[in-house]
Design a protein around this ligand. Structure first.
Ligand code: AVI
Length: 330
C-alpha cells in the first residue's frame, strides 16, 4: 500500500537532477501532420516551451487580458467559502503545475490541505513544488507527473478527506466543447464520486473586447503566437521565415470562440525536419481556440460531464465565472 510521502520526502536528488533537452517526437509529429493538412493547424499545447511560458506570464499582465486579474479577485473573494464547504484538511488536486498566484490564494484558505499538482512536465512540477513548499512549510505536497487529459490514479490514501479538483485559468476553453466534456468526465474519475471541482471559465462578451484581449496593443500575444514558429525552427531544424508571418486573432461567432492564427504575408516555402512546405499569401496556420461560454452553457457543460453546480461566482461585469461543482453518482 502506498503511503503519501511527508513533505520533506518529496524532493529526492533524482527528481532535482536537471533533465537534458531532447526534441519531443510528439511535437515533430503534430507539426509535420498539422502543416501537411489542407487547413494548416498546430495544437496550442506546443506554445509552452520556456519562452512561451514566460510570454504567457507576460500576457496575464497586459491591460487588455482581463481573465487572470478577474479570476484572481474572485478567488480572493470566495476561497474562504470553498474552504468552509470542503474543510481545512481537504485534498486539493490541481490539474496543472500550480505555479500561479491563484494556487497560493486557494491554499492560504486551506492551511492543512494535502496538495496534489498533476502536470505532464516534471521540470515545471519540481519548480512549482519547491516554491510552494517554501511558502507553505506545513503543506503536504504530492506531485504527480502525468497527462491529466486521461484519468489519473492518485497515489493517496483518501482517509475520508474531501477532494477538491482545481482547474483555474479558463484552460477548459482551449478545448472544443466535446473535448471539454471528455476532460471534465475524466477529472471526475480521477477525483472520485462526491468530489468537488473549482473551475474558472471565461464568458461570452463584446467581440471587440475579446479580440483585443488576444491581440493586445503592446504585441505580447503576437510574440507568444510567433514563438511557436521560432520553436519549430529551434527544435525541429525549421527554416520558417518568422518575420513573414503576422499574428491574427478573430472572433468566430458560430463556434463562440476566439481563434488565433499565423498568417503568411506573402507566398513562402520552408522546410521542417527535412520536409518541404508551401503557403500561399494570406494562408494561415490555426494555432489556438479559446471558447467562451454563457452561464447557462456552463451549467450544461458541467451537467453533461456529471458535475452539478454548487456555487457560481462572477465579477460585477459578468466577465468571468468561478464555479464550484460537485460530482454525483451515475
Ligand atoms: C491558457 N489559456 C487559458 C489562455 C486563453 O486565454 O485561452 C491562452 C492564451 N492564448 C492567448 N492568450 C492567452
Amino acid at each position: 500500500m502506498f503511503t503519501a510521502p511527508r513533505s520533506d520526502e518529496i524532493f529526492t536528488e533524482q527528481r532535482l537532477t536537471p533533465r537534458t533537452f531532447q526534441p519531443d517526437p510528439a511535437f515533430r509529429e503534430d507539426v509535420l501532420n498539422g502543416l501537411a493538412q489542407a487547413v494548416k493547424a498546430i495544437p496550442a499545447r506546443w506554445f509552452y516551451d520556456m519562452r512561451g511560458s514566460q510570454l504567457f506570464e507576460a500576457i496575464t499582465q497586459v491591460p487588455e487580458y482581463y481573465p487572470t486579474r478577474t479570476e484572481t479577485a474572485l478567488l480572493h473573494a470566495h476561497a474562504a467559502a470553498v474552504a468552509e464547504r470542503l474543510g481545512a484538511d481537504a485534498t486539493v488536486v490541481e490539474f496543472g503545475s500550480g505555479s500561479s498566484i491563484k494556487t497560493r490564494i486557494l491554499l492560504k484558505a486551506l492551511p492543512r490541505a494535502t496538495y496534489v499538482p498533476i502536470d505532464i512536465c516534471g521540470e515545471f512540477l519540481d519548480e512549482a513544488c519547491l516554491a510552494l513548499q517554501g511558502l507553505f512549510p506545513a503543506l503536504r505536497i504530492v506531485p504527480v507527473e502525468a497527462d491529466f487529459m486521461n484519468p489519473v490514479s492518485l497515489p493517496l490514501r483518501r482517509e475520508g478527506r474531501a477532494m477538491l479538483g482545481f482547474f483555474p485559468g479558463s484552460t477548459i476553453g482551449n478545448l472544443t466543447p466535446f473535448a471539454a466534456v471528455d476532460l471534465l468526465r475524466s477529472m471526475r474519475e480521477t477525483l472520485g464520486e462526491q468530489a468537488h471541482l473549482l473551475i474558472g471559465i471565461d464568458r461570452v462578451k463584446d467581440p471587440a473586447r475579446l479580440v483585443s484581449a488576444y491581440d493586445d496593443a503592446g504585441g505580447v500575444t503576437a510574440l507568444f503566437n510567433l514563438n511557436l514558429l521560432q520553436r519549430i525552427n529551434r527544435e525541429l531544424g525549421g527554416t520558417i521565415p518568422v518575420g513573414e508571418f503576422r499574428h491574427v486573432a478573430r472572433w468566430n461567432e458560430d463556434a463562440s470562440r476566439i481563434e488565433m492564427h499565423l498568417q503568411a504575408r506573402r507566398a513562402i516555402r520552408f522546410e521542417v525536419a527535412g520536409q518541404a512546405f508551401h503557403m500561399e499569401s494570406g494562408e494561415t496556420i490555426h494555432t489556438e481556440n479559446c471558447h467562451k461560454y454563457r452561464p447557462g452553457e456552463i451549467r450544461l457543460l458541467l451537467a453533461a460531464s456529471g458535475w452539478g453546480e454548487v456555487e457560481h461566482w462572477s465579477d460585477a461585469g459578468g466577465d468571468f465565472s468561478l464555479v464550484l461543482a460537485q460530482g454525483g453518482g451515475d
